[in-house]
Write a protein that binds this ligand. Sequence first.
Ligand code: ADP
Length: 321
Amino acid sequence: MKAIAVLTSGGDAPGMNAGIRATVRTALTCGLSVFGVKRGYRGLIEDDLFQMRSTDVSNILQHGGTILHSARSEEFRTAEGRIIAANNLRNRKIDGLVVFGGDGSFRGANDLQREHGIRVVGIPATIDNDIWGSDYTIGFDTAVNTALEAIDKVRDTAAAHDRLFIVEVMGRHAGFIALEVGIGAGAEEILIPETVTQIPEICRKLQSRLDKGRTSSILVVAEGDEEGNAYDIAKKIEAQSGMKSRVTVLGHVQRGGSPTAADRMLATKLGYGAVKALLDDAAPCMVGVEDGSISRHPLADAWTRKKELDKLLVQLSSGLE
Ligand code: ADP
């Protein structure tokens, strides 16, 4: 292997830049040429690649977003699109590809290796943390900290005005962000898709808090909760109990910002680990960090296996009233 390419795909996540830096510098140290691909698979099809030097990744580690930009590409989902992408890589004599993204991006990468022999390694990068095979994904820790900071502020106004606040956090179909944010912020209730949300029970607990003189409460809701989003929950609580609330949807602020130390360490380990996996001929695989060490798993595990929530945290999410 003489040349590799790197791209970021799907939703951006803080720490991607730290990961790109580690990938590029590890590759250069190992004597490989490295190409950056702009806008994920779209750029691969449009041949939007450039050769990267060490200085191209100077001073990026501390920034959110991705210097390579990210995009979604419908064309890459088709066999015809992947033929164009593979030809663009071959024309530059690139035979290895590092993909930062989620399970969708990994499916595409797997197809590229199966159909065209381009060796691919996936790096789990999504704030949602919903990828099996790595204790954490790049961006999750930063997103949790960003949401926590926001909720601490909401808590001040909730307390000052004796109010009930319902705060919605991201996470797609999973409750990883909501669980850690809810516990970290001392939320009175945490609503996640993995556990059954019982509105009557929530109303009963809120009323009992009021009866004890605890006049403000915060509910953290995962965007994928089966009872609906924060506005739906607010309506249901009001319909059943008459209690009014204020809704705060944190939204995309959770995706931005400077990565935390934990995300920088994770991204640096994974960028290094991906290049080593390519050199060891371990592709196709996904690299993760489990119990502090770099691990390798088949890419397909990312979409066939389901990562579970920390059972103790789930227990604590409703046990500290
Ligand atoms: P994520 O990687 O965060 O899950 P997406 O699901 O949006 O994000 O996937 C990112 C890109 O990966 C898509 O725009 C598409 O180009 C490619 N992709 C997603 N799913 C597939 C698939 N089943 N087969 C081939 N390519 C896919």
